[in-house]
Design a protein around this ligand. Structure first.
Ligand SMILES: [Zn+2]
Length: 91
């Protein structure tokens, strides 16, 4: 299954919602509140080393915090925090 398709399955959507609820809407990365409209779900054990798409292996993160965790440093850490805060206010 392609990566694109995986993100659009009902199973994955349900898992994302479960992870949101399990994490009380709090970002694992920065501890801030995460809007339910747009958020990322991080694999605690990465899929690349066998981590499963199971609730116990998932945690809620802001998209910006998730990008930062996966080493795409297009911004400084302070810029990520600022952007996550702005994202919150926009929703
Ligand atoms: Zn965050």
């Amino acid at each position: 299954m392609s990566k694109f398709k995986r993100w659009h399955t009902l199973e994955w959507t349900n898992l994302r919602i479960d992870a949101y609820i399990a994490c009380n809407g709090i970002c694992w990365g920065c501890g801030g509140r995460v809007t339910a409209k747009k958020f990322s779900v991080d694999h605690i054990k990465p899929r690349s080393i066998g981590g499963k798409d199971q609730l116990y292996n998932l945690r809620l993160m802001h998209r910006t915090c998730h990008e930062a965790r996966h080493g795409k440093p297009t911004m400084t850490p302070m810029q990520y925090i600022y952007r996550a805060t702005v994202d919150e206010r926009m929703n």
